[in-house]
Write a protein that binds this ligand. Structure first.
Ligand SMILES: *Cc1c(COP(=O)(O)O)cnc(C)c1O
Length: 456
């Protein structure tokens, strides 16, 4: 059969409240043209993020009822730990309430002034935690990873030459080497198993612990199976195990590839490092057998980890992005290729060259997409990155519109609807003029700033 179906039936539904274009235009005006300020029930298809927004399975909801809320030593913790260790063979598995809490603990151990920490690309919370500790964060992804038109199969790979030069240059001031799979900030692009193992080898040669940010480990393993030589006949589970066997520890947001609405963990092999992490955990998150989560959350994650390595699910998931990218490509709309794991990226700079970057072309697309179809996407461009610390404004390297897909939440007709909205937008795009910012906070302006359309 050629048709790839959603590999699930639907038992419980959430109605989408239909709205008209006129209503949406009014809602967006009231929100001062910031999509973060919308009420989510005024959104028809919400592609703002894939974090914590997925649908849990019937088995996960059943597991929620089994949750044991004992403060210490809950059987729910042990089921969670065993599920993690089945995929990631680390000695110590420590739950946290989210990925960034795991990062904060990691940096309480390894961060600090004068330290230098490399990664393929640090996710923004990782960078934030590193910088808050006084250390500096470095992105050493291969050059192809920054070129939207490169078709390299593993655009998330670490540049091994640059990493080696980095380790030679910074020596003792490098506490750990990190690697993010998939490379979220670089478009959800995968890292090959060969590259993971080579980074581990290099880190160990220099005597550095190697820590994986594993948020989308299962999508990454699926790409390895599809694209890396010699991996085609292996199970996703075995590929995942090989990825983590190379590492000394990991951080995780369970809101991504653990099918959780909340949760995370940090893991280590080293006893004394784990001891330090647990002391910190007790101060900031909770006792080591719950770490800021309810017993029922731990149960949902334990079950989610069994489901996330299912190949039929992964095939449907990755195919959704490829399908949309093929359709947008056929319409002549520039997209980042090849498809990443969790999102589709539209290149607004190439699509709307008549809008100056300082008039926010990607933001302009995101706003009009909402007005046309009620679809919420996310600008990754000058609104997000353009404000310099000295107060000046500079165009970002890229003007992208990200459509991030919640897991198991939308179907093919939703994907077709998104494509149709883009086709309509393509007809209107030449009349779009861009925006100016009328009010902005001192930092992280994209969440709360306000806009006015330039044609007003
Ligand atoms: C989401 C994410 C994080 C942070 O996790 P939260 O659960 O949102 O705190 C860290 N790294 C990567 C790669 C992520 O995608």
């Amino acid at each position: 059969m050629k048709t790839i179906i959603e590999p699930f039936r639907i038992k419980s539904v959430e109605p989408i409240r239909m709205t008209t274009r006129a209503e949406r235009e009014a809602k967006l005006r009231d929100a001062h043209y910031n999509l973060f300020a919308l009420h989510s029930d005024d959104v028809l298809i919400d592609l703002l993020t894939d974090s914590g927004t997925g649908a849990m399975s019937a088995e996960q909801w059943a597991a929620v009822m089994r949750g044991d809320e004992s403060y210490a030593g809950s059987p729910s913790y042990y089921r969670f730990r065993d599920s993690v260790q089945d995929l990631m063979p680390f000695e110590h598995i420590i739950p946290t309430h989210q990925g960034r809490a795991a990062e904060a603990i990691l940096m309480s151990i390894y961060g600090g002034a004068g330290k230098h920490i490399p990664n393929n690309t640090h996710f923004d919370t990782t960078r934030g935690n590193i910088e808050a500790s006084g250390a500096e964060a470095y992105d050493l992804v291969i050059a192809e990873g920054k070129d939207p038109s490169s078709l390299h199969p593993f655009k998330g790979n670490m540049d091994l030459e640059r990493l080696e030069a980095f380790l030679n240059e910074y020596g003792d001031s490098v506490p750990i080497v990190m690697l993010t799979i998939t490379n979220n900030a670089g478009g959800g692009q995968p890292v090959s198993l060969g590259n993971i193992q080579a980074v581990a080898e290099l880190a160990h040669r220099f005597g550095k612990p190697f820590i994986i940010d594993g948020c989308r480990f299962s999508e990454n393993a699926y790409f390895i199976k599809q694209r890396e030589e010699g991996q085609q006949d292996r199970s996703i589970k075995n590929i995942v195990r090989d990825c983590f066997r190379a590492a000394d520890g990991m951080t995780m947001s369970a809101k991504k590839d653990a099918f959780g609405n909340i949760g995370g963990w940090i893991a280590f092999n080293d006893d004394s490092v784990a001891e330090q992490a647990r002391v910190r955990l007790i101060q900031t998150e909770g006792f080591p057998t719950y770490g800021g989560l309810a017993g029922r959350d731990l149960e949902a994650l334990a079950q989610g980890l069994h489901e996330i390595v299912d190949e039929d699910y992964l095939k449907y998931r990755i195919r959704t992005n490829e399908y949309i990218i093929e359709k947008l490509d056929a319409l002549g709309i520039p997209v980042v290729k090849p498809a990443g794991g969790h999102a589709v990226f539209v290149d607004a700079k190439r699509w709307l060259p008549h809008i100056d970057p300082l008039s926010y072309p990607a933001h302009t697309v995101a706003c009009r997409l909402y007005e046309i179809g009620g679809i919420r996407s996310c600008e990754i461009g000058t609104v997000m990155f353009g404000r310099e610390t000295d107060g000046s404004e500079k165009p970002a390297a890229m003007e992208l519109v990200r459509l991030a897909f919640p897991r198991r939440t939308y179907t093919q007709s939703h994907a077709d609807y998104v494509v149709e909205a883009f086709a309509l937008l393509d007809k209107e795009k030449d009349s779009l003029k861009g925006f100016r910012i009328t009010k902005e906070p001192k930092m992280m302006r994209h969440f709360t700033c306000q806009f006015a359309p330039l044609d007003d």
